[in-house]
Structures are given as C-alpha cells and as structure tokens.
Design a protein around this ligand. Structure first.
Ligand SMILES: Nc1nc2c(c(=O)[nH]1)N[C@H]1C(S)=C(S)[C@@H](COP(=O)(O)OP(=O)(O)OC[C@H]3O[C@@H](n4cnc5c(=O)[nH]c(N)nc54)[C@H](O)[C@@H]3O)O[C@H]1N2
Ligand SMILES: Nc1nc2c(c(=O)[nH]1)N[C@H]1C(S)=C(S)[C@@H](COP(=O)(O)OP(=O)(O)OC[C@H]3O[C@@H](n4cnc5c(=O)[nH]c(N)nc54)[C@H](O)[C@@H]3O)O[C@H]1N2
Ligand SMILES: [Mo]
Length: 768
C-alpha cells in the first residue's frame, strides 16, 4: 500500500501537508484528504506529524467548503481594460490565450519602456515566496518585486534585524522540535522556564511557521509567560507578568527592561563580553530609560517593569517569540533590535530551552530567485534600492511606498504592467487604499492570480488566472520560509478543480515561454526537487512523497555561534561584520540611522500630535487576528463567517459608558485620513483609551459593483483608510498600522444586509 494514497471505504485518502491556499503561514498542518467522487469531502488531522500531532487550524478544517465554493474562479478570464470596474465584462478564455496576452504585453513593455516598467505584487508569506521573485527577476527580467504592505511592515523589520544585528536566521521558541520522537518528554530537551511573548497572539495566528499551541504544551509543563500586549489575550490572562502597554511604545519598555537588567547586574557577563559588539554604548543608551521614564511613556507601572525584567533575567533558560506588532510602527527596526538584545544580554540565544536561531547568515536569498543573474544596470533601477538599502538588501524588493508613488507619478519611470499573485491590495495590505485603487488604473495591463474575485481584481484587473488550492497541487512546506527549517513536508495533489493551476505551475509555464534558459526544470517535480535541495535536504520530491511519512525534521544544533556553525566560513561567531551580536550597528549609520536602538513616539499620538489627539482621542491598533480569517480571505465561507460575522472594533467598557455606546452598536471610526464603519465590541480585554479594529474586511455578498462603497463594499469596512501612505522609519521600514489615533462616532445603522454567502456562482452568472 502506498504511504500517501489509499482507499478507506467510499473515500480515497491522500496524506498531504498544507500551506496555501487558503492563506496560511508555513506551519505545516499535516492532513488526510478524504476524497469522494473526485471532490474533497472532509479532512482530518494527521497524527504522524511530530510538531502539530494531528491538530489543524480551523481554516484548514473548512478546506472542503473553501475548495468547493461556488465563489471560486476556475477558468482564466479577461476583461478589456477600458471596462475596468465593470464586472459584467469578464470573458472566459483558455490558458493559452491568457499566456499569449501576458507574453505580448511583456515583450511590448520590455521593448518600449524596459523590463523595469513591469512590477509584481506578492501577498504575505504563502506558498510562493520563491515563485513571485523568480517570475519577476527571471521571466519578466524586472528588478521590481514588490510586497505592497507600506513600510514593509510585516516580518521585514524582524527578519532584516536577524540579518543585520544577529547575522542569523529567524528566532523562535524552543518547542522541542529537535526531538521529534518524544518531544517535550525527551530527556535531552530543556523546558524554558519563561517565555517572552511580544506583540503576538500565536494561538490565533500561528504565524511565520510557529505552531502556536506549542506554547500551551510548554505552559502545561511549567513554562511561565511574560506577555507584552495592549490587550488581555487568553495567554495574557494566564501570564506571570502582563505588561499592558500603550500601542506603539514597545521600544521604551524594552530599553527600560534592559536598563534594569544591566543596572542590577543581572546580565550574562560572559556572553556580553565575548559576543556583543557595542555593549557599553548600548548600556549607556539604556540608562536614559529608567523604569519611571518608561512608565510615563508606556503606561505600564514602573515596579512591574522592574519585576518583569528581573524575572526574565533570573529564570533561565528563557525563550522568546515576537509578532507583527513589533513591525507595524515607524520604530519597528529599533523595537526588533531591542527584543533580540533582551535575549542576548541574558545569554538566552541558541541555548537549550532558549531562543532557537536559524543557521543562515545570508544577506538575502537572491541567488535562489534569479536576482544575481539580472543585468547590474537593471538591478540598479530597483525602486527604492538607492534610498533604502536596508530594505532592498535583506528583503530583495522595492520599498513599497515608493513603488506605489512610481505607479502614481511615472517617476523615476512609468509602470506599465503589473502582475499580482496572492495579494488583495485595496482590501488588506495598503494604507490609503482609495488612492491606490485610483493609481492602479494607470498601468496598461494588470494581471491577477487568485482563487476568488477580490475587490482589487474587480476594480482594476484585466486578466485573471485561476489558482489551485491546497489538496489540488503538489508543493513543499518548510517552516519559517527556510530561515529556521525545523520541518519540511510534501504537499500532494488529491483533486483537480476546473482548470486551476498552482502558482509554481504558472511560474514554470510563464518562464518556459518568456525566458526558458532561466527555467531549466523539465517539469514541476524537477523544480520541487531543486527547491527541496535548497532547504538542505537530499533526494527528489518523489522520494519525499513516497517516504514513510512524507516529511523530514532536519537535526537542530544549539549554540551554533560557539562552534562555527553560524557563519558561512566556519569561524565561531555570528554572521555580522564584527562577528558578534551588533548592539551598535555600523551599517545603520551608513544607511542614515542611529547605530544604537532608540525609542521614538509614533508620528500620530497623544504625545506627538496633542492637537489632533483632542479631535481623535483614541489610540488605534488594528488587525489582531481572527480565528476565522486569514486577512481578507474566507468571508464567503459560511461556518467561518458565522463565528465572526462582522468587522468589530474593541472598546473598553469605561470608554463605552462615558460615550453612551453599547456592545453591538455600529460606529464610524474616523481620523484625518479617512473613515470606515465597524461594529462596536465592548470588552474589558482592551486597554482603556485604546481601540482595536479588525482589518481585511469586505463583503463578498455585496457583489463587485457596489458604487460608492467600492467593490464589494470595501470602503465601508476597510480600516486602512485611516492609515497614511508614505509614513515609515528612517531605514524605509515600519508604518503605524498598530499605533494610529481615531475617533469613534455612533453610526445611524449597520450595513443594510445580513452576512450571506452565495449558494450559487453569482460570479460566472454575469460573465459572458
Ligand atoms: N490595518 C491592518 N492592515 C493589515 C494588517 C494589520 O495587522 N492591520 N496586516 C498586514 C499584514 S501583516 C499582511 S502580511 C498583509 C497581507 O495582505 P495580503 O497578502 O494582500 O492578504 P490578503 O488580503 O489575504 O490577499 C491575499 C489574496 O491571495 C489569495 N490567495 C491565498 N492563497 C493564495 C495562494 O497560495 N496563491 C495565490 N495566487 N493566491 C492566494 C487570496 O484569495 C487573497 O485574495 O495585510 C496587512 N494589512
Ligand atoms: N487566523 C489568522 N492567522 C494569521 C493571519 C490572519 O490574518 N488570520 N495573518 C498572518 C500574518 S501575515 C501575520 S503577520 C501574523 C500576525 O500575527 P501576530 O504576530 O500574532 O500579530 P497580531 O495578531 O496582528 O497581533 C498580535 C497581538 O499584538 C497586540 N498589539 C497591538 N498593538 C501592539 C503594540 O503596539 N505592541 C504590542 N506589544 N502588542 C500590540 C494585539 O493586541 C495582538 O494581541 O498572523 C498570521 N496568521
Ligand atoms: Mo503579515
């Protein structure tokens, strides 16, 4: 019997590992697909996976509803650009016709304007962080690979800091991944005494490769928590220390915690003497942030700051996991640096039970993606590369705000064609989405590769390529995108839906047509073998599928820096210019910033803009994750929508009482940049004076042509209308998505419809 496919009664069962679609970060949820009559019927968690042990995110339990939804677009479609916004004008075409159109436009733009006038857009860390760059650099031969989240405000600051300050891959909790057999019960595993969780709610988000529930497994065995969050999450309510700060003020808190640890001589002298570059200068900087200073900024009691710092420094080993709130502020680079330094000065980096570290010290995975083979003259044209080398070096992309400015202004040159794979810009990642939706009418040709019609594709798409979902394609999952590879597994195709193709198949088709010498693989499996080998794993993709389990858990080495395993040249140390953890980072000076981490007030806040704060008297944080949705996805999946039917804005009961508002009221959230409408959720979990509003909202049930409220009502609900474009830190990173200001006003009512999910394909009905 095959290990990956068998019959169970009326079902054909396929063992696979999922990543995306639907959107998800690379945790590696292993599942068994139960297939009946060529359709996915249900899924079950696969207990053979040593990390998740059969547990599955609820979004993947709803995979059959997602894959079989009548909202799926399952054939390529085109629309004449002169009818953008008119969604009755889509026409079904063949893949050949679709590729012909792309080829013709690519050649025209390359010839008339140069390849740099083609820009690609990617979404968050889904299954295509090699696919889109490869299409950009090797098929279109353009340098303009763009992640359209302003200030690269997700993962960018954190992962760049790993490169610049640590010269290492991604840091994560030590959740016994090195011991796949017995896990936490392995005698060689050391349990963390304490876990520092900053700006992250991993039980809901399972982000960037972490299986969030592992933290609960650790808590059950005795790990204590220090939580930094303006909201009392489930984890916070069970924490030893809960530091409920004002959104956007993290850096002041961490400077102060470092100050206590250094002042009270609780730091790891041996590690600091040997492995930290600029420790004394850093200690000096921290002295400016005595606990009472930090308390005034953050709103966290000074004694609590002291106690939490002492607890962190004296209960070793301590582990750490950091989240999106670290990034979504202009001060994100410094905040991320400080979190790493809190771990470094206490000697918690890469020790058993401490902070796991990825081995790589690469600047950027550029050679993988074909960047190195681009003509240097073309490379030099990458938008934002000269102004923001900190972005372009570690992320190998444009600076996102500048990329949008180029589309709007034709400067430094016009953008004539765009190719968007797995992003829904005007509903989710961009600030000032109404401006962006107008700007995107300027290119001659906009291609989307997605699964459903989105507000973005409805507003300005000319060609739609239908993408295969999980269970419908072959692929690979590797945790932390290869920056900390704890687990690699095969995704195996069980069913075919319509004419959908996987992103990798689309990449290969385009590559073979446009620039075949850069796409030497003869088929998808050969490509996947190459990718597998890139994770450092030998053998072919087919070997992996046919292996007993379909996955590999690469061995983990602790204290790599001590044994020469953290650098390419085999020297002990970290992969930075000094070979040490750079508390003082010379490169930041060259790039126009301070060498030492510092605190900076958010640009719009009670302190920076007191006059505006009088009018907009709440601190606004956005986008805390929902169990039901991955960003702007899944609003059309009945059981997921049932759990979380409307966009909600959380407010503390004391604030609600003062304003005469009650739970379930519809309110307008407004500020100097824009407005949206959400439902009030009155809850004590959110800090008084703070609003937490949901992101990524649109209403599939409203249809694509909703007039003034935008396609699918996106202008009704999208919170990013309150976030400014071109507002980021000195190195090009960090927009204040999690630290703006707003006012709350009662709305006359809510949307004039009930949440609904189409039972028939309302989309193809009005297509020609
Ligand atoms: N206010 C506020 N805004 C935010 C955030 C916040 O916290 N607050 N979070 C931000 C963050 S962290 C991020 S990363 C961005 C995310 O922004 P995006 O990545 O643009 O996320 P989505 O809106 O989900 O759009 C993704 C699209 O890709 C499609 N898709 C899903 N999986 C696949 C796949 O495998 N292949 C292809 N081709 N398509 C796929 C989906 O159907 C969807 O239409 O949003 C950001 N926006
Ligand atoms: N279900 C689901 N899972 C997801 C996603 C999704 O959309 N849905 N998106 C994925 C993506 S792309 C990402 S980046 C991750 C993000 O996932 P996480 O990293 O967990 O981030 P968030 O859920 O945005 O916010 C986490 C916590 O930060 C708190 N917070 C808000 N402002 C601040 C602040 O200024 N400082 C501090 N310290 N905390 C603050 C919030 O209250 C919240 O509890 O999730 C991924 N996983
Ligand atoms: Mo993200």
């Amino acid at each position: 019997m095959s290990n990956w496919k068998w019959q169970e009664g009326e079902y054909e069962v396929v063992r696979t590992c999922t990543w995306s679609p639907p959107g998800e970060h690379p945790v590696g949820w292993s599942v068994l697909l139960y297939i009946k009559d060529g359709k996915l019927h249900h899924v079950e968690g696969d207990r053979k996976n040593p990390l998740t042990q059969g547990r599955v995110s609820i979004k993947f339990l709803e995979l059959p509803a997602y894959n079989n939804s009548p909202e799926r677009i399952i054939y390529p479609m085109k629309r004449d650009p002169k009818f953008r916004g008119d969604n009755s004008k889509w026409e079904r075409i063949t893949w050949d016709e679709a590729y012909d159109m792309i080829e013709k436009e690519t050649r025209r733009v390359q010839k008339e304007y140069g390849p740099e006038s083609i820009m690609t857009f990617i979404g968050t860390g889904r299954d295509l962080w090699h696919t889109v760059p490869k299409i950009t650099f090797s098929a279109f031969e353009s340098p303009n690979f763009n992640y359209p989240h302003n200030g690269w405000s997700c993962y960018g600051p954190r992962s760049s800091i790993c490169v610049y300050v640590l010269g290492a891959g991604y840091p994560e909790l030590d959740y016994a991944t090195a011991f796949p057999e017995k896990r936490y019960d392995d005698p060689d595993y050391t349990l963390s005494k304490v876990a520092l969780v900053v700006g992250k709610n991993p039980l809901v988000s399972n982000p960037d490769g972490l299986f969030g529930h592992a933290l609960v497994d650790m808590m059950k065995r005795g790990t204590e928590l220090i939580i930094v969050d303006p909201r009392a999450t489930w984890l916070a309510s069970r924490a030893k220390y809960f530091l409920q700060l004002r959104p956007g003020t993290d850096a002041a808190l961490y400077l102060s915690m470092c100050n206590v640890i250094i002042d009270e001589d609780l730091y790891d002298h041996e590690f600091c003497d040997n492995w930290i570059y600029g420790f004394n200068e850093f200690a000096e900087r921290c002295r400016e942030y005595k606990p009472d200073v930090a308390a005034a900024i953050t709103g966290v009691n000074a004694d609590l700051i002291r106690e939490a710092a002492r607890y962190w420094a004296t209960n070793k080993p301590g582990s750490m996991t950091w989240g999106l709130a670290v990034d979504q502020k202009c001060n994100g680079i410094q905040t991320a640096t400080l979190v790493l330094l809190l771990c470094a000065i206490t000697g918690n980096l890469d020790v058993p039970g401490g902070v796991l570290l990825g081995a790589s010290d690469r600047e950027a995975p550029t050679s993988w993606w074909g960047w190195d083979e681009l003509d240097p003259e073309i490379q030099a044209k990458r938008i934002g590369a000269a102004e923001y080398p900190a972005v372009s070096t570690a992320c190998s992309t444009t600076q996102p705000d500048m990329a949008m400015d180029a589309i709007m202004t034709d400067k430094p040159y016009p953008i004539k064609m765009t190719f968007t794979m797995s992003s829904n810009p005007i509903a989710c990642p961009v600030a000032d989405p109404q401006m962006v939706s107008k700007a995107m009418l300027r290119p001659d040709f906009n291609v989307f590769a997605d699964l459903v019609m989105t507000p973005s594709a409805a507003a300005y798409g000319d060609l739609f390529l239908p993408v295969a979902s999980s269970g419908e394609k072959d692929g690979l999952v590797g945790t932390h995108y290869g920056a900390l590879t704890l687990f690699v597994a095969a995704c195996v195709k069980g069913v075919q839906t319509g004419e959908c193709k996987s992103d990798d198949e689309i990449m290969l088709d385009l590559g073979w047509r446009l620039n075949p010498s850069k796409f030497p693989w003869k088929d998808l499996h050969e490509f996947l073998t190459w990718e597998l080998n890139g994770y450092g794993i030998e053998g072919t993709f087919d070997d992996l599928v046919n292996s007993e389990t379909g996955f590999v858990t690469p061995p983990y080495e602790y204290e790599k820096y001590a044994y020469g395993l953290q650098t390419w040249n085999g020297e002990p140390g970290f992969g930075t210019p000094s070979g040490k953890v750079e508390a003082y980072c010379q490169r930041f000076v060259e790039w126009g910033d301070d060498a030492l981490p510092y605190y900076e007030e958010p640009p719009y806040s009670p302190v920076s803009t007191p006059d505006l704060f009088e009018k907009y008297p709440f601190v606004l944080t956005t986008g805390a994750r929902s169990w039901s949705y991955f960003h702007s996805e899944q609003r059309h999946i009945e059981r997921l929508r049932d759990l979380d039917p409307w966009p909600t804005a959380e407010m503390n009961p004391a604030d609600a009482e003062r304003l005469g508002l009650k739970d379930g009221d519809w309110v307008y959230l407004t500020n100097m940049f824009g407005k949206c409408r959400q439902m009030l959720k009155v809850t004590p979990i959110v800090k008084p004076g703070v609003i937490m509003a949901k992101h990524g909202w649109w209403y599939p049930e409203k249809g694509p042509d909703d007039g003034g409220a935008g396609p699918f009502g996106v202008w009704d609900a999208n919170i990013n209308q309150l976030v400014p474009h071109n507002c980021y830190g000195k190195l090009g990173f960090g927009t204040p998505f999690k630290c703006m200001i707003c006012n709350v006003e009662k709305a006359e009512g809510g949307p004039d419809f009930e949440p609904a999910w189409p039972k028939t394909n309302n989309y193809l009905e009005f297509c020609n």
